[in-house]
Design a protein around this ligand. Structure first.
Ligand SMILES: Nc1nc2c(ncn2[C@@H]2O[C@H](COP(=O)(O)OP(=O)(O)OP(=O)(O)O)[C@@H](O)[C@H]2O)c(=O)[nH]1
Length: 359
């Protein structure tokens, strides 16, 4: 094949465990005055599209992959979206793929080598992994994806340095180095980094990846056979057993959805009725104070009564964060959506709690 490397569109794959700071980094990249046009592809775990809405001022450039079922839908979705992008010749300087925090980056990265058309027109520039300085050590113990994300990285942002002491930071960096001594590593707060250190790295090193994962280039499914984390053991296709809704039916009112990925579940709720802020905040604060160990990640886009602004709410374990984003648009449904991702979630209690916040 002719080497048209120079014309290939660089692809940056952004990974990192739930809540590590990927979207924060993505928003930084998109907000900088770099004069470049990036296409952004997001993929999330859970049923309600929220990540899409958390990405700043890039509505027309954000493509959402359907659901976080890395095992069966993602590869096809990714190829379909990239094919669509490639048809708009010259429209993009680069593509950024933000994967769900629960994704094993291997199948995503593979897409750029196994699909002929995609392979001919794009090049995987780098896998950038955002690591949560506070929680990574714990996740390395119980979440194989977190380890794979570190192992696959070309660039690592050791983020949230403000939440740990200097010795803790050194310790987590040493853990990372134990898994991946090759990646460039930067310590960051709020994913603050010179984007030149993240984009256009020309870093993805196939030889090193083949060392970690000799079957990397073998077609399909190899990650199910490899014992590097995925114990799902389920089949591809509509009944693959992953619990994802392959009909992509998002049309729920007061909807409850439960998604299983091993023992990690996602539950999400939505309502078109405005919420009462004076009920919501005490409820959610109490919830993460008591259940925060099991709640890996929470996030929501909320409509409060007598409040013209969309409110974005975020949590990582028991640490909460929230902000008025911007006014709801006139033609936009003021729909509140909230997602909890974690273990041993009591879906019914969460739903009752959420619905009790309706004004
Ligand atoms: N204290 C602190 N909080 C941070 C830092 N970076 C990001 N956060 C917060 O952590 C939360 C999660 O950040 P995101 O950027 O949404 O994380 P993410 O990796 O995209 O999350 P998922 O897409 O759900 O996996 C948000 O509330 C951020 O404001 C940091 O350096 N320090």
């Amino acid at each position: 094949m002719a080497d048209t490397q120079a014309e290939k569109i660089p692809v940056t794959v952004l990974t990192g465990y739930l809540g590590a700071g990927k979207t924060t980094l993505l928003n930084r990249i998109l907000s900088e005055p770099h004069g470049k046009k990036y296409a952004v592809i997001v993929n999330e775990f859970g049923e309600i599209g929220i990540d899409n809405d958390l990405v700043v001022g890039a509505d027309e450039e954000v493509f959402e992959m359907n659901n976080g079922c890395i095992c069966c839908t993602v590869r096809g979705d990714l190829i379909r979206i990239i094919d669509g992008l490639l048809r708009r010749k010259g429209a993009f300087d680069g593509i950024i793929v933000e994967t769900t925090g629960l994704a094993d980056p291997a199948p995503v990265a593979q897409t750029f080598f196994v699909d002929e058309e995609v392979q001919a027109r794009t090049k995987l520039d780098a896998v950038v992994t955002v690591a949560d300085a506070k929680w990574l050590s714990d996740r390395l113990k119980d979440a194989p994806e977190a380890k794979n994300q570190v192992a696959f990285a070309d660039v690592i942002l050791l983020n949230k340095t403000d939440l740990v002491s200097a010795p803790e930071l050194d310790e987590v960096e040493a853990r990372i180095r134990g898994i991946n001594p090759y990646a460039k590593l930067y310590r960051t707060q709020k994913s603050q980094i010179d984007i030149a250190k993240v984009l256009n790295q020309g870093a993805f090193d196939l030889d090193r990846i083949l060392e970690i994962e000799p079957a990397f280039l073998e077609e399909e499914e190899h990650h199910h056979h490899h014992d590097h984390g995925h114990e799902h053991g389920h089949e591809h296709g509509p009944d693959c057993g992953c619990g994802h809704d392959h009909d992509h039916d998002h049309g729920h009112h007061h909807g409850l959805k439960v998604v299983h990925d091993d023992e990690i579940q996602s539950v999400s709720f939505a309502t078109d009725k405005p919420l009462d802020a004076d009920r919501f905040f005490p409820w959610v604060q109490n919830l993460v104070a008591t259940e925060g160990i099991n709640i890996l990640r929470s996030k929501g886009i909320l409509s409060f009564k007598n409040d013209p602004d969309r409110f974005v709410f975020q949590g990582v374990h028991m640490i909460l964060d929230g902000d008025h984003q911007h006014p709801w648009k006139d033609d936009e449904a003021r729909r509140s959506r909230i997602v909890f991702i974690g273990r041993k979630l009591d879906a019914k209690a969460l739903e009752e709690g959420f619905l009790s916040c309706i004004a």
